[in-house]
Design a protein around this ligand. Structure first.
Ligand SMILES: Nc1nc(=O)c2c([nH]1)NC[C@@H]1CN(c3ccc(C(=O)N[C@@H](CCC(=O)O)C(=O)O)cc3)C=[N+]21
Length: 310
């Protein structure tokens, strides 16, 4: 049986570390970290995620606020709000939930968030820092993926990693982090020929294509470590909504370890958002030691601490 990597437990452990950092900051007379989430329009899934993010902030002592804007909000008004938040000394992290409505230029909006407050790590400055291995804020889901991998892998050097999916939010940054960890990385996507064959060679598979149960049992080498980033909502046989990942979970029991959906990458995304907010709050208040914790992701000690205390 493959080990089921418990994303919820590892996220809880990371949250405890984050909470301790918040307490330490406040005790040292620094401002309590603050996160602002912007949600434009009404989208069922986005609302669930935003609610979870706000609740998670409360748990670790991060101040949070929420801006809910109607779907027909103009780009100009959204940019004006971001400009205001960029200048607000109580706000250390700004997250603008994507996808945005079609009439808004997402890239322009993400570029308008101050790189220092960009807790998503989506700003081109942070993307550039990540791809050159020079610190900055690492996107939440990719960071969570590396921590989950680190909970079962001791030495990444020379491992064969296959990333399925090439999004700016997951595929590309995950590939960069795996490269930094000295894996041999192959980035693939749904147009890749011989995808099953390429996957079969992998020691690590990160599936982030958004294609339900794409990765079959026959694609997986015995002993591989599998991370499932996909979340698709489908109607089950009983008519109830259920979540499926990009990996056919029941077929991959010959793997060494695999993340479930839900309870795998999702909770880590939120825990890393909180960690990023604390990092941003420390850096904005002149304490740059915070960023070095994450600059050399994956740092093995961070993973083992998180896993050990879970
Ligand atoms: N600017 C921006 N930043 C994001 O980080 C961002 C975003 N936009 N847009 C949407 C995606 C999606 N996302 C998730 C967060 C938590 C879970 C999560 O907690 N999942 C749980 C529960 C899943 C559920 O019940 O729906 C789990 O997998 O166990 C999933 C997905 C963040 N996103």
């Amino acid at each position: 049986m493959a080990e089921k990597i418990d994303g919820r437990a590892i996220a809880r452990a990371l949250d405890e570390k984050t909470k301790a950092q918040v307490d330490e900051m406040v005790a040292a007379g620094m401002k309590r970290p603050g996160l602002t989430v912007i949600l434009v329009g009404e989208d069922g899934a986005s609302e669930v995620y935003v609610r979870r993010k706000i609740k998670a902030c409360e748990k670790v002592g991060i101040n949070s606020s929420e801006h809910r804007l109607p779907a027909d909000t103009s780009q100009e008004d959204l940019l004006a709000l971001i400009e205001k938040l960029n200048k607000d000394p109580e706000v250390h992290g700004i997250l603008c939930q994507v996808p945005l409505p079609d009439h808004i230029d997402t890239r322009l909006v993400l570029r308008s968030i101050s790189p220092d407050k960009d807790v998503d790590g989506f700003h081109p400055v942070n993307v550039g820092r990540l791809s050159t291995g020079t610190g900055g804020i690492v996107p939440c889901t990719p960071l969570g993926v590396m921590i989950l991998l680190g909970s079962v892998i001791d030495d990444f050097k020379g491992l064969d990693a296959v990333v399925i999916g090439k999004s700016n939010i997951v595929g590309k940054p995950v590939a960069n982090l795996l490269l930094d960890a000295e894996c041999t990385v192959t980035v693939t996507h749904i147009y890749t020929e011989n995808l099953p064959e390429i996957a079969r060679k992998a020691d690590i598979i990160v599936a982030a294509a958004g294609a339900p149960e794409l990765v079959k049992g026959s694609w997986v080498k015995p002993g591989a470590v599998l991370i499932d980033v996909g979340i698709t909502r489908i109607k089950g046989e009983d008519g109830k909504e259920k979540l499926v990942g990009d990996i056919a979970f029941d077929e991959v029991q010959h793997a060494k370890a695999v993340t479930p959906v839900p309870g795998g990458v999702g909770p880590m995304t939120i825990a890393c958002l909180l960690a990023n907010t604390v990092q941003a709050a420390r850096a904005l208040q002149g304490d740059n030691s915070a960023s070095s914790d994450y600059a050399d992701v994956p740092s093995r000690s961070m993973f083992t601490e998180a896993a050990a205390s879970s």
